[in-house]
Design a protein around this ligand. Structure first.
Ligand code: O2Y
Ligand code: MN
Length: 599
C-alpha cells in the first residue's frame, strides 16, 4: 500500500519502525466503517472477539484479555525526562537513552508475523485550535478498533497534518511476535509483566508502549498523550490538560453553564458526567467523562474541549439506577472487554441491576462462572462512541470548546470533607486541588484500611512532569492578565456517619449540589463563609428523601478536628514530598487555614 501522506517526518518514522519491528505488512488506517468492520473480523478470526447477539446488541463484541493484562500498570509506566528531578518524586523515572536502548531490544522483530497499522488520529475535533494530532503505530487490530471509537482516526487527519505538520509519535506493540503460520488462536497477545513498558519522553513529545494490549497502556491517545504528554505541553504553552469530566448544566429558565470536575479513578466521573437530576427543571448534559483540555480565549474565559470521541467506561456497577444514559449509550456498537457472557449471548456484570438469565454464565476468564469470584473483572470496560450518548450536549464537539464557569474537585472521603464547599480564592482552590485524597481499601493498595491516598487534582498517575511544578503552573494560570477565572469547589458524595452509614444518597440527588454551584457562580444568596471556605445552608441544598436534618447538619458542618488532622497530614507527609518545587503560595494557604481553624 502506498503511503497516503507526504509528511516527511511521518514517512521516515514509519519506515524506521517497520525496519526495526519487521511486520508482515504495513497498513495505513483511513478511519472508515469498512476498516472498523475489517478490524473486528480480524479479531474474530483470531479467536479474540465474540460477537454478541446482534439482534439484541447490534455491533456488540466481547473480548477477554489475558489475566495479567487487565488494567493500567502504574509500576511499569515511566516518565523519561532527561533529569530525574523533572519527572518528580511521584513518577517512575529512567534515563531516556537507557530506556530507549532496552526498548529497542524488545521492539526488534516484535511485529513479525503481524500487521503494523499506522493510525493517524486527532485528539479533539479535527482542525480545532485546541486539538492535537498523534499517530499511533500498533500491531493490534483491537487497538485500531478501539482508537476508531475513542479518537478521530483517518485520512482527514493526514490532510490537516499536511507535508510538515507536527504530530506526536506513539509506538505500540503487544510484544508477542508470531512464528510463521502461527495465529493468536484465542490467546490475548501481551508480554510478561516485567517486559511491559509504558514510556513517555515529555521533552521529545514521544510515547513508546510495549507488552500490553489493554486500555490506557495501549490506546495511546488517552492517558499517555492527552494527559501525560499534553500536561507537559500545556505547562510550556500556558494551558491546562486535566483529568476532568466536562458537563453542561441548565437551569429551569434555560440558562446554561459548563462545569469541569476532577476525581481520582473509580469515583464515578462517568456517572456524574451523565447524571439525571432529581431537582425539577434542571438538566445535565455530557461534554466528556474523563479528560479536559482548557485554554483561555480572547474574552478572558477558560474554554474546554473533550479531546476524546468515545467513552472507555468501567462496566461493573453501571446500571439503569447508577447511569441510565450509559446503559442506553452501550445498547449498540460497543466493544466490551472482560465482562461476563450470558447464555443468551449478551453481556452481564456485577452491579448491572438484574440477575443473568438462566443457563451458564461464562466469566471474564472464559470459564463457566462458579460464583466464587466476580463474573466480570472489576476493571471490565465498554468502549463506545460518545455520539451515542442520549445526554450528549449539542456543543460536545464544538471546536471552540465551552466556557468553564466552575471547577470541582472530589474524592471518596467518608469523613472530614463536607458535601460541598467553595474556595475563597483561586490560590485557595489550587490548594484544595493539591490535597485531594480518596480512601482506599486494604485489599486494593496494600495500605491500612481507612488510609487516604492523596491524588492531587486526580493527576498523580497522569502528570508528565514534577507535581510541584504542576501546582506552580496552576498558580501561574491564576495570574493570567485579563483572566475571568472559573470558581473552584470541593465536593464529597461519599460521607458516612460514625456507624458507617452513607449520609448522602448520591446519584441524581447530586444535582442539588450542582444547582447550588450554579447559583454561587451567579452570585445568589444561600451561602456562608467558614474557616474552610464558602458553604451552603441546608436550605440552599434542600433535603433528599431519607436524609434527616441531623444528616444534613453533619454533611454541611465544618469538622474542625478532622480538618486539623488533615492539615497535619498535609504538613508532615504530603507537601514535603515535593521539596523545593512546592509553591510558597500553597504553604501559605496551608498556614492560613491552620490559623483560621486555631482561632
Ligand atoms: O485500566 C485502564 O487501562 C483504563 S484506566 C481509565 C480508563 C478510562 C477513564 N479513566 C481511567 C483512569 O484510570 O482514570
Ligand atoms: Mn480517568
Amino acid at each position: 500500500m502506498s503511503a497516503p501522506t507526504q509528511n516527511a517526518k511521518l514517512l521516515q518514522w514509519v519506515q524506521e519502525v517497520a525496519a526495526m519491528t519487521q511486520p508482515t505488512a504495513v497498513v495505513w488506517c483511513d478511519g472508515s466503517q469498512a476498516e472498523y468492520d475489517r478490524m473486528i473480523q480480524t479479531t474474530i478470526d483470531a479467536g479474540l472477539a465474540t460477537p454478541l447477539d446482534q439482534a439484541k446488541r447490534p455491533g456488540g463484541y466481547l473480548f477477554r484479555s489475558d489475566p495479567s493484562d487487565v488494567a493500567r500498570v502504574e509500576n511499569r509506566t515511566y516518565i523519561a525526562s532527561k533529569s530525574p528531578e523533572d519527572a518528580g518524586p511521584t513518577n517512575n523515572w529512567i534515563d531516556p537513552e537507557a530506556l530507549k536502548a532496552t526498548m529497542r531490544g524488545l521492539y526488534t522483530g516484535c511485529m513479525s508475523g503481524r500487521t503494523m497499522y499506522v493510525i493517524p488520529f486527532s485528539m479533539g475535533p479535527i482542525g480545532s485550535p485546541i486539538a492535537k494530532i498523534g499517530v499511533e503505530i500498533s500491531d493490534s487490530a483491537y487497538v485500531v478498533a478501539n482508537m476508531h471509537i475513542m479518537t478521530r482516526v483517518g485520512t482527514k487527519v493526514l490532510e490537516v497534518l499536511g507535508k510538515d505538520g507536527e504530530f506526536i509519535p506513539c509506538l505500540h506493540s503487544v510484544g508477542k511476535p508470531l512464528a510463521e503460520g502461527q495465529s493468536d488462536n484465542g490467546q490475548w497477545p501481551s508480554a510478561p509483566v516485567d517486559h511491559k513498558y509504558i514510556s513517555h519522553f515529555p521533552e521529545e513529545r514521544l510515547i513508546w508502549s510495549y507488552g500490553s494490549g489493554y486500555g490506557g497502556n495501549a490506546l495511546l491517545g488517552k492517558k499517555c498523550l492527552a494527559l501525560r504528554i499534553a500536561s507537559a505541553q500545556a505547562r510550556d504553552e500556558g494551558w491546562l490538560a486535566e483529568h476532568m469530566l466536562i458537563l453542561k448544566l441548565t437551569n429551569p429558565e434555560g440558562k446554561s453553564k459548563f462545569v469541569a470536575a476532577a476525581f481520582p479513578s473509580a469515583c464515578g466521573k462517568t456517572n456524574l458526567a451523565m447524571l439525571v437530576p432529581t431537582v425539577p427543571g434542571w438538566k445535565v448534559e455530557t461534554i466528556g467523562d474523563d479528560i479536559a483540555w482548557m485554554k483561555f480565549h480572547s474574552d478572558g474565559q477558560l474554554y474546554a474541549i473533550n479531546p476524546e470521541a468515545g467513552f472507555f467506561g468501567v462496566a461493573p456497577g453501571t446500571s439503569v439506577k447508577s447511569n441510565p444514559n450509559a446503559m442506553t449509550t452501550i445498547a449498540k456498537n460497543t466493544i466490551f472487554t472482560n465482562v461476563a457472557l450470558t447464555s443468551d449471548n449478551d453481556v452481564w456484570w456485577e452491579g448491572i441491576g438484574f440477575d443473568p438469565p438462566a443457563g451458564d454464565v461464562i466469566d471474564w476468564k472464559g470459564k463457566v462462572w462458579d460464583k466464587k469470584e466476580p463474573a466480570a473483572h472489576p476493571n471490565a470496560r465498554f468502549t463506545v462512541p460518545a455520539s451515542q450518548c442520549p445526554a450528549a450536549a449539542a456543543e460536545w464537539q464544538d471546536p471552540a470548546g465551552v466556557p468553564i464557569s466552575a471547577i470541582l474537585f472530589g474524592g471518596r472521603r467518608p469523613g472530614t470533607i463536607p458535601l460541598v464547599h467553595e474556595a475563597r480564592s483561586w490560590n485557595h482552590g489550587v490548594f484544595l486541588g493539591s490535597i485531594v485524597g480518596s480512601e482506599v481499601t486494604a485489599a486494593a493498595l496494600d495500605l491500612k484500611a481507612g488510609t487516604v491516598r492523596r491524588d492531587p487534582f486526580a493527576m498523580l498517575p497522569f502528570c508528565g512532569y514534577h507535581m510541584g511544578d504542576y501546582f506552580q503552573h496552576w498558580i501561574d494560570i491564576g495570574k493570567t492578565p485579563g483572566a475571568k477565572l472559573p470558581r473552584i469547589f470541593c465536593v464529597n458524595w461519599f460521607r458516612k456517619d460514625a456507624g458507617g452509614r452513607w449520609l448522602w444518597p448520591g446519584y441524581g440527588e447530586n444535582s442539588r449540589v450542582l444547582k447550588w454551584i450554579f447559583e454561587q457562580c451567579d452570585g445568589l444568596d444561600g451561602s456562608q463563609e467558614t474557616e474552610i471556605g464558602i458553604m451552603p445552608s441546608a436550605e440552599a441544598i434542600g433535603r433528599p428523601e431519607g436524609v434527616s436534618a441531623e444528616d444534613m447538619a453533619e454533611l454541611l458542618t465544618v469538622d474542625r478536628e478532622g480538618w486539623r488532622a488533615e492539615i497535619a497530614d498535609v504538613h508532615a507527609n504530603h507537601y514535603p514530598k515535593f521539596g523545593s518545587r512546592m509553591p510558597a503560595e500553597l504553604w501559605q494557604e496551608l498556614r492560613e487555614l491552620e490559623a483560621r481553624l486555631a482561632s
